[in-house]
Design a protein around this ligand. Structure first.
Ligand SMILES: [Ca+2]
Length: 464
């Protein structure tokens, strides 16, 4: 039931009440205006007294004035009540009018609300459509991405097959290069030393050494090709070369040679005690009072020092050029007596320095030709004591303290630690400062640093 209906019912009830009150008033009024009856006469003064038998009261009664006064006050009260109810009626009518205003306003609001509902429904429809559209777009995008991925996978697969082919070619070329090196080395052993071309030898050997570096650095295949000439890069074993000694020997070492009156530097035949083996070595008789047996020399990059354990054990190179005497020879040589080591270093600016150690020997092969060094003196700086008591490491025998193989990175065998303060068996770079991924030059860190490849280095020993 609406508010308006309720108010209407209230008004109806009030009107009925009013009618009831008015009716009663008229009845009572009628009673008041009723003409005086015989009882009114009885209420007046009587001059006569009659004695009549008591009979039952019948007919009209005399009106009591006090009661009449009471009825009048009741009427006044009813009128007041009537007035109050009329006022209430008026206020209710006013409320009813206000309510009518509210009703109108509510109708307007309802109308607006239904309009808004329609708008919301429309927007919802649009939104739904948009969502469906986006979903379709996402599906389409996924489809395109899938197509692209498939295409990429095909491309990658194709590239992989090409790389496999290239790898096969590379492996084949490496194999043929190894065969070529072996053939060249064999030819070199057979060839007369006097007919060899030192300049050509130097170039080819350096090329070989660089090529081996290139193999580690993934340089394209073309860079690995070397000229198929018959020139000799180096020898496996030290080779006899000029000058020819006047006396026959053999001697224990180069100090023995000097003491026997041979004061010319050159190649001499030595017989190592204990081992009772013969070998040739260059004797340096002009520097530092002479008597020095040269165990290693670098001067022009003519010999590849990136070699295997077996080659470092037996020795390699040219006795009048670059060479390594051999670890096994070093072991027997330094076993004969107490030797000292002298390292002579020349840079590309003509400066010469030296480092001397008051004792030097290497252990046997069973102890990996471990280095045993004495006290340093000299003006080159001490870059070898850090390597004291370290085993020898080559490309194929890793005995260094580094997780990887230091010989692999530094391109030569040495008594590596983790890895080196010096490596005189690295790549001979022309000009000093060199560019390389690794520190693989011929260097002595305390003299010119690790990124400087020295021009000439000699390692030599002499009994104390
Ligand atoms: Ca290692």
């Amino acid at each position: 039931m609406t508010r308006t209906t309720v108010i209407g019912l209230i008004l109806l009830a009030l009107s009925l009440n009013l009618l009831r009150v008015n009716g009663l008033g008229s009845i009572r009024q009628t009673t008041e205006e009723h003409p005086p009856t015989s009882s009114d006469v009885k209420a007046g003064r009587c001059s006569y007294t009659f004695i009549v038998p008591q009979q039952k009261l019948s007919g009209a009664l005399c009106l009591d004035t006090k009661a009449a006064a009471a009825n009048q006050s009741e009427v006044a009260a009813l009128r007041a009540e009537l007035k109050r109810q009329q006022e209430q009626l008026e206020s209710l009518q006013t409320l009813l009018q206000q309510e009518s205003g509210f009703v109108t306003e509510m109708r307007i609001l309802r109308k607006e609300s239904s309009g808004m509902n329609a708008r919301i429904a429309q927007l919802y429809g649009q939104l739904l459509q948009e969502l469906i559209h986006k979903k379709d777009q996402a599906l389409e995008q996924r489809r395109v991405e899938s197509l692209l991925l498939n295409a990429t996978a095909l491309q990658v697969s194709s590239n992989f097959r090409e790389l496999e082919k290239k790898y096969g070619t590379l492996t084949s070329m490496m194999s043929s290069q190894s065969q070529l090196i072996a053939r060249l080395e064999n030819q070199c052993q057979c060839k007369d030393e006097s007919q060899s071309d030192p300049v050509r030898n130097s170039e080819i050997s350096n090329a070989l050494q660089r090529d081996q570096s290139a193999l580690q650095q993934d340089i394209p295949l073309g860079a690995l090709l070397i000229p198929s000439t018959t020139a000799s890069p180096s020898t496996v074993q030290p080779v006899i070369s000029s000058p020819v000694t006047k006396t026959s020997g053999p001697w224990r070492d180069c100090k023995d040679v000097l003491e026997s009156g041979e004061t010319t530097s050159g190649i001499y035949l030595l017989r190592l005690q204990s081992a009772n083996r013969l070998l040739q070595a260059w004797c340096e008789q002009n520097q530092a009072q002479g008597g020095w047996t040269v165990i290693q020399r670098r001067q022009d990059g003519s010999v590849n020092f990136f070699r295997t354990w077996e080659q470092y054990k037996q020795g390699f190179g040219n006795l009048d050029g670059e060479y390594w005497l051999g670890l096994e020879h070093l072991y027997w040589l330094t076993k004969q007596a107490k030797y000292k080591l002298r390292v002579v270093l020349d840079d590309w600016q003509g400066r010469r320095v030296f480092a001397e150690y008051d004792s030097f020997r290497v252990e046997s092969e069973s102890d990996w030709y471990r280095l045993r060094l004495g006290q340093y003196r000299g003006n080159a700086g001490d870059s070898l004591s850090w390597h004291n008591n370290k085993a020898f490491t080559t490309l194929d025998r890793d005995r260094d303290s580094y997780t990887g193989n230091c010989a692999h990175y530094q391109k030569g065998g040495w008594w590596y630690h983790t890895c080196a303060h010096s490596n005189l068996n690295g790549v001979w770079y022309r000009g000093g400062h060199y560019r390389s991924r690794y520190q693989d030059g011929v260097y002595w860190a305390e003299f010119q640093g690790g990124a400087y490849s020295l021009k000439r280095v000699v390692m030599m020993v002499k009994p104390i």
